[in-house]
Ligand binder design. Structure first.
Ligand code: NAI
Length: 480
């Protein structure tokens, strides 16, 4: 008997324990050699007052086994609680979130007959940094962070994945017509890295039409690489299109650790009823078996699962009169998979994982970035204020005049001074753009802020304006 691989397992909340039991039972029947270490995460831990939903000692297990099979967990809605999913992904550096979405037509009822898409979602940054502020009575802010190394890692991963799996095309989905700097950077890196993979077709979609297109013509897509939030939404759309979100897989891969889970949540509406579909978690666990090198087990279990699906033995979420033969609960479904261990699907493609289809690649070092000359050229002062933009412009154009000139005032990104449109709705958050008249220092910004405070203005935020090699590192206001 081969050596057992230690893995960390969390049964999670809601339907979590039910689908985890089913998954572990099926893996065992498939001959998996696992040494399971259980940790407790989620609701019970949150209730004990731990705002991250995980205990310190659980990290020790995760760092040692480096492989985490995780059932869905409940994230409390209240302020202060942090999403454990995001915490685990970021703490362990699980930068790549792999979400394959496959159609099992005609056995699982779906309009989409030819869907075999892999969504490679960035997993550590973007709006999921969770940096948020309430600045005024009526305005809250979330900061979207896109970094060059973060983008490079995920884009390189997507191309390496495509190469290793014989995939023909990588599509980049972004919204760089609006977010010219952050999404613009992501796309620029896509082009730079893409140039190293001339044999792989490359294309770009704006995320809104891209999502529409995947819903209408999923067969046009192969591997999709995208940012964190877009990938989250896109993959739920794609998973639902395959027949049920209960089929969706989410593999989170880092340089040293990896976490495998179902895409869906705790499904509180069906928890405890014994009817949940364990397939998402099981398919995630199959990816885990490949990850730890037990490829033969992965193939055996996957083929048994496909045969079960072909035989029309379906849980309620995928059961359709005509397409399905028997509606079963979680336990009966897993028993059906176990009984088919060793069998192959007859119509759906047989899965052969061979030896080398790992999901983790040794990426080359990050590209060297040529440092550019960074020069401070002004600052944006944000105010909590209520009133007429012309009045604000008149007052504030007299502030800081020895070193700065007030160029524009904008409200929610729209220029409202000078010459604003009177129809523009203004909130109580204002951005005043001061450009330096001459070479400037950080200390000059503090002087400027002092002058605002002296006039009883509520300065809620300051943003430095830089040029890089003479090019603006900031966008203009709409209408400027
Ligand atoms: P959900 O994915 O739990 O449920 C959405 C719908 O899909 C429900 O109708 C549910 O019954 C159904 N569904 C989900 N998985 C199913 C399965 N395996 N078999 C059959 N039907 C299934 O999404 P929801 O309701 O928005 O979230 C519930 C909780 O889950 C929240 O607390 C959320 O924070 C958490 N969540 C956790 C995730 C994780 O741990 N990775 C991911 C997404 C949500």
């Amino acid at each position: 008997m081969s050596e057992k691989t230690p893995i960390t397992v969390a049964r999670g909340d809601g339907i979590g324990p039910e689908i985890m039991d089913a998954t572990l039972r099926i893996l065992e029947a498939g001959g998996a050699q696992l040494e399971v270490e259980e940790i407790e995460i989620g609701e019970k831990v949150y209730q004990r007052g731990l705002q991250n939903g995980i205990e310190e000692r659980s990290w020790e297990s995760l760092r040692r086994t480096k492989v985490f099979l995780k059932a869905p967990i409940f994230t409390p809605m209240g302020k202060g609680f942090k999403s454990l999913n995001v915490t685990v992904r970021k703490t362990l550096g699980l930068y790549a979130n792999l979400r394959p979405c496959v159609s099992y037509h005609p056995f699982i009822n779906t309009e989409q007959k030819d869907m075999d898409v892999v969504i490679v979602r960035e997993n550590e940054e973007d709006l999921y940094a969770g940096i948020e502020y309430r600045q005024t009575q009526t305005v809250c802010e979330s900061i979207k962070l896109i970094s060059r190394p973060g983008s490079e890692k995920i884009i390189r991963y997507a191309f390496e994945y495509a190469k290793a799996h014989g995939r023909k095309k990588v599509t980049c989905m972004i919204k760089d017509n609006i977010m010219k700097m952050s999404d613009g950077l992501f796309y620029q890196v896509f082009q730079e890295i893409g140039a190293e993979y001339p044999d792989i077709e490359q294309e770009r979609y704006i995320i809104d039409i891209g999502t529409g297109r995947i819903a209408a013509r999923p067969g046009d897509f192969d591997v999709i690489v995208t940012e964190n939030l877009y990938g989250d939404i896109l993959s739920d759309v794609a998973a639902e299109m395959t027949g049920s979100v209960g089929l969706g897989i989410s593999a989170n891969i880092g340089e040293t650790c990896a976490m495998f889970e179902a895409m869906h949540g705790t499904a509180p509406d069906i928890a405890g009823k014994g009817i949940a579909n364990p397939s998402g978690l099981l398919l995630g666990a199959i990816m885990m078996m490949v990850h730890i090198g037990q490829n033969d087990v992965a193939g055996r279990v996957h083929n048994a699962w496909l045969k079960t699906i072909e035989d029309g033995i379906h849980t309620g979420d995928i059961y359709r009169e005509g397409a399905s033969k028997k509606r079963v609960g979680t336990e009966e479904f897993s028993q059906a998979v176990i009984e088919r261990m060793g069998q192959m699907p007859e119509i759906l493609p047989v899965q052969d994982y061979g030896q080398g289809r790992a999901e983790r690649f040794n990426l080359p070092p990050l590209k060297e970035v040529k440092l550019q000359k960074k020069e401070l050229v002004g600052c944006d002062i944000f105010l909590d204020w209520t009133g007429d933009p012309d009045k604000l412009g008149e007052t504030c154009s007299k502030i800081g005049t020895s070193r700065f000139h007030l160029k524009t005032i904008s409200n929610r990104g729209m220029k409202v001074w000078p010459d604003g449109a009177k129809e523009t709705f203004c909130s109580d958050q204002w951005r005043l753009r001061y450009m330096a008249k001459d070479k400037m220092l950080h200390a000059h910004i503090l002087d400027l802020v002092d002058q605002f405070i002296a006039q009883d203005f509520d300065v809620i935020r300051i943003e430095n304006l830089y040029q890089f090699d003479g090019e603006n590192g900031f966008t203009q206001s709409q209408g400027e």
